[in-house]
Design a protein around this ligand. Structure first.
Ligand SMILES: NC(=O)c1ccc[n+]([C@@H]2O[C@H](COP(=O)([O-])OP(=O)(O)OC[C@H]3O[C@@H](n4cnc5c(N)ncnc54)[C@H](OP(=O)(O)O)[C@@H]3O)[C@@H](O)[C@H]2O)c1
Length: 274
């Protein structure tokens, strides 16, 4: 189940470890991304709304484009057909690159017919501006509808996942439908350090709660995109591939109560679905 990379419908390999870049901006953000690339990160996760395409574009200069995997996201207020095409064109300019590996719908927007957005994504793929398309923050009901109407495969669903928000039914649904899953906020923005179960398991392995959380998500068959601007943390987060959690440890983490959704979903009720 667990892999270090996942092959998407286009044939591209998506590394299971990526760098989240929300809030990485300016010269400091640029330095964090540059350090991550030197350490070996090859998958960068950004979004139109993070306002940092410029530094991502600068950081990747000097690297072979085909060795990098770049995900970015079209905002929920640009989901009409022409808006998606225009947004992607602008995103390519900002990133100063020829294509986007994975282009996601950042959040659903119930006011825009999904067909329009998926038709636009298909057109972007046809034009070679993106390699694969996917979604973010789609719960099962909406994803099921999207799978019925999309003219191209939905390669990925990026959702909030960590030990305090274990959406196991959603993960299973995605995997059954060949949609890879990316776990965002995989460290619950640092809250993993306060949990006694994670701390105990970490101590047993000589690892940190952050590494345990990442490893748990990887063993669930997810892709992880922790964010850090600290060299030691960046290094630590990469060190999750040559050791493993036992079935008992995985079960103990599964049992941590689900009580925390960090992202602030828009004000409609589909996020109540389990
Ligand atoms: N699709 C969406 O709607 C959506 C929503 C939210 C996030 N995301 C994506 O997911 C990425 C990650 O999520 P996130 O940024 O919300 O939070 P996160 O990765 O769960 O946590 C980031 C925080 O953890 C700290 N940290 C990282 N590694 C650490 C380590 N080894 N030890 C101690 N502290 C550590 C970082 O501080 P330091 O800098 O000090 O290390 C930072 O404050 C985002 O950057 C973004 O790319 C997507």
């Amino acid at each position: 189940m667990m892999r270090d990379r996942y092959i998407l419908p286009s044939g591209l390999a998506m590394p299971a470890m990526g760098l989240g870049t929300a809030n990485l901006r300016g010269e400091e953000g640029l330095m964090a991304i540059e350090i991550a690339l030197v350490l070996g990160y090859r998958h960068l996760d950004t979004a139109d709304s993070y306002g940092n395409h410029d530094i991502v574009g600068r950081a990747i200069k000097g690297y072979e484009r085909s060795e990098l995997f770049i995900t970015t996201k079209v905002p929920e207020d640009r989901l009409h057909y022409d808006e998606v095409i225009d947004a992607c064109r602008a995103n390519l300019r900002e990133l100063d690159t020829d294509y986007i590996d994975l282009y996601l719908i950042h959040w659903p927007n119930p006011d825009v017919p999904m067909q329009q957005t998926f038709d636009a994504l298909a057109q972007l793929k046809e034009l070679g501006m993106i390699r694969d398309a996917g979604v973010s923050n789609f719960q099962r009901r909406r994803l099921r509808r999207a799978l019925e109407i999309t003219p191209i495969p939905i390669a990925n669903n990026q959702v909030e996942l960590h030990p305090f928000l274990y959406q196991d039914k959603l993960i299973d649904f995605c995997h059954e439908h060949h949609v890879t899953v990316t776990a965002y906020s995989p460290l619950a923005r640092g809250k993993v350090f306060d949990d006694p179960t994670l701390r105990m398991i970490a101590a047993d392995h000589g690892k940190t709660p952050a590494q345990v959380s990442l490893r748990w998500l990887l063993q669930k068959g997810c892709i992880v995109i922790p964010r850090s601007s600290d060299e030691q943390h960046l290094r630590e987060n990469l060190d999750v591939f040559d050791w493993s959690l036992s079935a008992t440890e995985v079960e103990a983490i599964d049992g941590i109560p689900d009580e925390l959704r960090i992202a602030n979903p828009p004000d409609f009720d589909e996020f109540d679905e389990q």
